[in-house]
Design a protein around this ligand. Structure first.
Ligand code: FMN
Length: 191
């Protein structure tokens, strides 16, 4: 295998976290990697709000959906937030703020993996509660929370999550998501 693939393969959406702290310097390294992502016209649409204060973290954790119980162990939660008008908004629904933030999160996850840390993005939370906890204005979208921690004890996970944690990577065959020269996918009709 060549290039970055071995490192990319190492990253998984890990849920077994330890509550051990992570230094501010390490968190800043993750954020610096995120901030080096490319963006449309160098808009840099990402805004990260870092929760590391125990009182603030506790409030953010109240916003988690039940299935994200495992994230309550995390010593750090990063909110990735932005607004449509902070990035290119072009024809054909090309609103690039979500894309730009995704690129930044990709960098952050790669850096975290290389440092032996877990950085797991989630969508399962109540955005209005996250905004209240972190004083994020109503006009911003909380695109994801990134759950950051060190690897922990799989026995704290539900049976379903323990199975996923220890199981193989699940991906469709590459030819179901790649076409050569002609769009030939058989996706269901658009809703
Ligand atoms: C936008 C986004 C939202 C996600 N939301 C959740 C979530 O709320 N809870 C969770 O446990 N995992 C969540 N995940 C993790 C995915 O379930 C995981 O990435 C996927 O199953 C593939 O597994 P892998 O990352 O280990 O390859 C999310 C991932 C992304 C990118």
């Amino acid at each position: 295998m060549q290039g970055l693939l071995p490192a990319i393969e190492t990253r998984r959406a890990r849920r077994a976290l330890s509550a051990d702290s992570i230094s501010r310097g390490d968190v800043e390294t993750l954020l610096a990697a995120a901030h080096l992502a490319p963006s449309c016209n160098n808009s840099q649409p990402w805004r990260f709000v870092v929760a590391d204060d125990p009182n603030v973290l506790a409030k953010v954790k109240e916003a988690l959906s039940g299935g994200n119980y495992w994230a309550k162990q995390a010593p750090i939660i990063l909110a990735v937030t932005s607004r449509r008008d902070l990035d290119c908004a072009l024809s054909d629904a090309r609103d690039y703020f979500l894309f730009g933030c995704g690129m930044a999160v990709g960098n952050l996850m790669a850096q975290a993996t290389s440092m032996g840390l877990i950085a797991h993005p989630i969508a399962g939370y109540k955005p209005e509660l996250v905004k209240a906890a972190l004083e994020i204005p109503e006009t911003y979208v909380v695109i994801t929370l990134i759950i950051v921690g060190r690897p922990g004890d799989v026995s704290l996970l539900s049976d379903k999550h323990r199975e996923r944690e220890l199981g193989p990577r699940e991906r469709r065959p590459l030819d179901q998501v790649v076409a050569w020269n002609r769009f030939s996918f058989e996706d269901p009709p658009a809703a």
